[in-house]
Ligand binder design. Sequence first.
Ligand code: FAD
Ligand code: NAP
Ligand code: SF4
Length: 682
Amino acid sequence: MSFPHLLSPLDLGFTTLRNRSLMGSMHTGLEDSRRQFERLAAYFAERAAGEVGLIVTGGFAPNIEGWAKPFAGTLATSGAARRHRTITNAVHAEGGKIALQILHTGRYGYHPLCVAPSALRSPISPFKPRELSARGIERQIRAFVRCARLAREAGYDGVEVMGSEGYFINQFLVAHTNQRQDEWGGSYANRMRLPLEILARMREAVGPDFIIIYRLSMIDLIPSGSSWDEVVQLGKAVARGGATLINTGIGWHEARVPTIATSVPRAGFTWLTAKLRAEFKAEGITTPLITSNRINTPEVAEEVLARGDADMVSMARPLLADAAFMKKAREQQADEINTCIACNQACLDHVFEQKTASCLVNPRASHETEMRVVRIQGRARRVAVVGAGPAGLAAATTLAERGHEVHLFDSAAEIGGQFNMARRIPGKEEFAETLRYFRRRIERTGVQLQLNRRAAASDLVDFDEVLLATGVTPRNPRIKGQDDPALAGRVLSYVDVLARRSRVGQRVAIVGAGGIGFDMAEFLTEPHSPALDLPAWQREWGVADPAEVRGGVCPAQPAAPARQVTLLQRKSGKPGAGLGKTTGWIHRAALKMKQVQMIAGVHYEAITDEGLWISFGERHEDPQLVAADTIVLCAGQEPLRELLEPLQAAGQRVQLIGGALEAGELDAKRAILQGTRVALAL
Ligand code: FAD
Ligand code: NAP
Ligand code: SF4
C-alpha cells in the first residue's frame, strides 16, 4: 500500500516538512540531565534518519516554577542552549527537523515551587500551587518567550507551546481552575489572554521564519472543562495570533477517561480535529492542524489524512517502537513496522517510576548508544532457540540480523507463545501486530523456523549455543476438590479458556487477581471489544461531543456484563495493585463497570459442585460460598525448563531467557529485553 497523503510534503511558507508525520512530544527522562544529551541526540537522530517529518522533544520547562519535578529539564540560559546543540546538530545531520516543547506544568508540578492562576491543588498532586500575582504572570510569559528565543539560538527549527493536558496554560482557560478576578480571569476573553499574549510576544521575539506549534486542548474530558465554542474561539485566535501549526491535545491528566491506552480505539479522537478544521475552513483559516492519539500504523494515518480530519498526524509512542516508521512506509515496507501496542509498560509507566522511558517491543529505544546491532566478525555460530514466545522471537531475530545461523523451534502451530492468549483479550487486539512484525522479521533475517516441533535435548546437542525460551506453565494452586472427576470441565486454567477455548458457565470465580486474572475477568464479562467500536467505547467511558456537554464527558453507559464474575486473591491489599501505573486504574474501572466483584484476603478452602468455598483471617473464619458454574485458575506461573538439565549433562552451552529463566513478575517487556540483550552479546 502507498500512502500518498501521509507522504506528501507540507509547505509552511518559510520551510517545508518532508511528510505529514510529527513525532509527538514524549518525556523520556533523558531531558532532565545534561549528561544524557548524547543519548538523547542519538535517540532523535535515529528517528530523523527514519524520515519523520518533524520531531518534538519531551517537555523542557521555561523556568523553575514550570518544572514537572525538581530539577526537571529547563531551558532558561544561553549556556543551556549551547548544550542543546548536541541534539539539534545530530538531527540536522540526518536531514531531520526538530522543535523543542516548552512545558510549564503549573499546578501539576510535583514540587513545592509550583504556581497556578489560583491556589487550587490538583487531584493528582500533593502540592498546593502558589497563586500568581499579575507580576508573577508577566514573569511566566517572559520565561516562555525567552525559552523560545533560546531554542532558536540552540538550533531548533521551532517550539511547541504546551497548551493542553491540563497544564499551566490550560489551567488559565478553565473557570474551575482559574478563579481570578483580575484581567487574567473571569470572562473567557480574559482567561485566554495568557496563551495569546505568550504567542504574540514569542512570534515577535523569534521572527516569522521559526515554527511555533500550539498544542490546543480540543476536549478536556473533565466535567467543568472548556465548551466547544471556547475551543473554537481559542483555536481561531491562536491561528491568527502567530502559530505555524496547531496540534491536538486530548484530555487533562486528571481525567478519568483513557486517552492513549491499548483499549482506546485507533484514531479515536481525530473527529475533534476534523470538527475544528471545518470551523477553520468556514472562515478561510489555513493554519495546518495536527491530529493525535492512538494513530499507530501508516494505514490509519493515511485514512485519517485522506478523510480530511487533519493536515498532519502526531505519533509519539509509535516512533519509540520503530524509529524507521516513516522510511518503511515510504519504501512500501509497512508490514515490517514494529507497531506500538499502546501498552505504556516501558514508556509512560517508566516515566512515572522515575526510570528512562523505552519501549516494550523495541528495547533499544533510548538505549541507542549502548545497544547497537553489530554484525559479527568471523565465524557465524549455529544457534538453537527453543520457544517462539516474545523472548525467543527477540533473541532469534536479533541473532540472525547479526549474521548467526539461527534455528527457532516451537511446539505450537504458530509463533507468539502467550501473546496468542493476550491478543484474545478485548482491548488487547494490538498484540497481534507484534506477531505480524516478528513473522515478517523471521522471513527477512533468515531465521529457520520449525513450528509444531517440540524440541528434545537430543535435537539440540549439535548446536554451538542453545537458548531456552520455553516460557512457563500455569501454577497449580492445589485447591481441595479441584481434580474431582465429578467436576470435570468446571475447573479450568487460563490456558484452557484462552488457548483451548473451553466452555465457561454464566457464574465464574477467578482464582488469582494478577495481570492474567484481570484480563480473564475482562474477557469473560465483555460481550464484544469496545476498542473496535468507537461509539460503543464512547458510551462505555462517557465521552460526549464537547459541543453538547462542556468538557466532553457525560455519565458512562457500559454494556451489561456477559457473565457474573468474582475475582479473588489471598493478599489483603487492593486487587490489581501490581498492574501498570498508567493502566491499572483503567482495568479496575473497566471491571467495576462490568460489576465484577473483587474479594481480597481469602483462603481457598474447597471446590464443590456449588462453587468455591473461601474463608478469611488467620483462623480460616467466616466460611463463604462463591457460587460458580466455572472456576478459572489464574494463580501465577512457574518456569518451564525441562530441557536444561539434560543439555547441561550433555555438556551443551545453554542459556535461559524469559519465563524459562524466572517466572515471578515476568512480562513481555522483560522477555523481549532479555532476549535482545543475550542476542546482542553472543
Ligand atoms: P512464552 O510466551 O510462554 O513462550 C514460550 C514458548 O515456548 C511457547 O510458544 C511454547 O510453545 C514454547 N515451548 C515450550 N517448550 C518447548 C519445547 N520443548 N520445544 C519447542 N517449543 C517449546 N505481558 C505483558 O508484558 N503485557 C501484557 O499486557 C500481557 N498480557 C498478557 C495476557 C495474557 C492473557 C497472558 C497469558 C499473558 C500476558 N502477558 C503480558 C505475559 C506475556 O505474554 C509473557 O510474559 C511472555 O509471553 C513471556 O514470554 P516467553 O517468551 O518467556 O514465554
Ligand atoms: P501474577 O500477576 O503474579 O498473579 C498471580 C496471581 O495468583 C496473584 O493474584 C496471586 O495472588 C495468585 N497466586 C499466586 N500463587 C497462588 C497460589 N498458590 N494459589 C492461589 N493463588 C495464587 O501472575 P499472572 O496473572 O499469571 O501474570 C503473569 C505475568 O504476566 C505477570 O507478571 C504480569 O506482569 C504479566 N501480565 C501483564 C499484564 C499487563 O496488563 N501488564 C496482563 C497480563 C499479564 P495471591 O498470592 O495474593 O493470591
Ligand atoms: Fe508503545 Fe508499549 Fe512501546 Fe510504549 S512501551 S511505545 S506503549 S509498545
